[in-house]
Design a protein around this ligand. Structure first.
Ligand code: MN
Ligand code: MN
Length: 335
């Protein structure tokens, strides 16, 4: 090859055009071959009306399959899941800039202090967006690397958030989960914050907890948490993690109280794997994206739920990794 280009300089152009041709073929295959790329992740296995953040997304899935494959249009009027909010998902305007290390690569929903359903809580060990109407978080974002790991025991002090939420917000109590059939699932794992007792204890605030199907919490979700922790402990990697929930499977709560906690239909997580804490994200940075049903009918292997960041963005309406340049996002979010 080398000698050929020396003798015939034009051959370089020929090689280039072959490369271009191959690139075009690959991208066309991807566009036509992967019918699901523009659909929410549930379309890969099983979708229920509880798996969608809006009616429009349910409609997209209904329209994508012949016959009503997932039973989203039980009354047969051509409309999927009519009881869901009709509106397209829209992102709040960015009104606040954070210096938190947990938001270095973006604030997925532009959470701030003005929209109670997208309310930003920043703490030393993590940042999260809380939803007043649902009484549960939207997403959390946190660094997971050796700086946060030590030998502190699991504090187990589940308790209402208190000062993290303004007046007028219901303070979810550990008792709201009693006899609900759901685990008090951590978004930011206790196991990622074991250096200082205080940091570990902050993961037990009820704003970091969501109603999680136990087979999910103790199955693939935990396996994925452990997989990430192994990357940190065994390979010295520095993770940047964003995790969240969406969809609505109903409510749980204390019978004597009007306020209820929404049970999400889906749980998702994006893990950016960096070599060093201070690294930037490049087109070659490994990114793991998963989106699982919040259900006891679930595969044990988290790999079964791998998807793309792009599809989590479709399902949630967020812009993940928004502080990363558009061309790098385009590469790492679609693969
Ligand atoms: Mn858990
Ligand atoms: Mn993005």
């Amino acid at each position: 090859m080398q000698r050929l280009t020396n003798v015939y300089p034009q051959f370089r152009w020929f090689k280039l055009s072959i490369a271009t041709l191959i690139a075009i073929i690959i991208s066309t295959c991807d566009a036509t071959g992967n019918l699901y790329a523009s659909l929410p992740p549930c379309a890969d296995s099983y979708c229920d009306c509880s798996d969608f953040a809006s009616q429009a997304l349910a409609q997209d899935v209904l329209n994508a399959f012949e016959d009503d494959y997932y039973g989203l249009d039980k009354d047969g009027n051509g409309q999927a899941c009519e009881h869901l909010p009709q509106t397209d998902l829209t992102l709040d305007r960015a009104t606040y800039f954070s210096n938190s290390e947990h938001l270095t690569f973006g604030n997925p929903s532009n959470a701030a202090q003005d929209n109670p359903d997208n309310f930003l809580i920043e703490r030393e060990p993590y940042a999260l967006s809380y939803n007043k109407a649902r009484n549960v978080l939207n997403w959390a974002s946190w660094r997971a690397d050796q700086r946060w790991l030590g030998s502190v025991d699991r504090q187990n002090d589940f308790r209402p958030d208190g000062g993290g939420l303004p007046k007028g917000f219901y303070q979810v109590m550990p008792g709201d989960y009693r006899r609900s059939g759901y685990d008090r699932g951590h978004m930011v794992p206790s196991g990622d914050r074991t250096l200082a007792p205080r940091d570990n204890s902050l993961t037990f605030l009820m704003t970091n907890i969501f109603p999680q199907a136990s087979a999910n919490n103790r199955g693939p979700w935990r396996e994925l948490e452990q997989y990430g922790r192994d990357l940190v402990q065994q390979q010295g990697k520095a993770l940047y993690v964003i995790g969240g929930i969406y969809g609505d499977k109903g409510k749980i709560g204390d019978q004597r109280k009007a306020e209820k906690v929404t049970v999400p239909g889906r749980v998702w997580k994006v893990i950016v794997v960096l070599d060093h804490v201070e690294d930037d994200i490049t087109p070659r940075t490994p990114v793991i994206a998963v989106d699982m049903p919040n259900s006891d009918r679930i595969e044990a292997d988290w790999q079964a739920y791998r998807t793309t960041v792009d599809r989590i963005e479709i399902a949630t309406g967020y812009d993940l990794l928004s502080a990363v340049s558009e061309d790098i996002q385009a590469v790492i979010e679609s693969r």
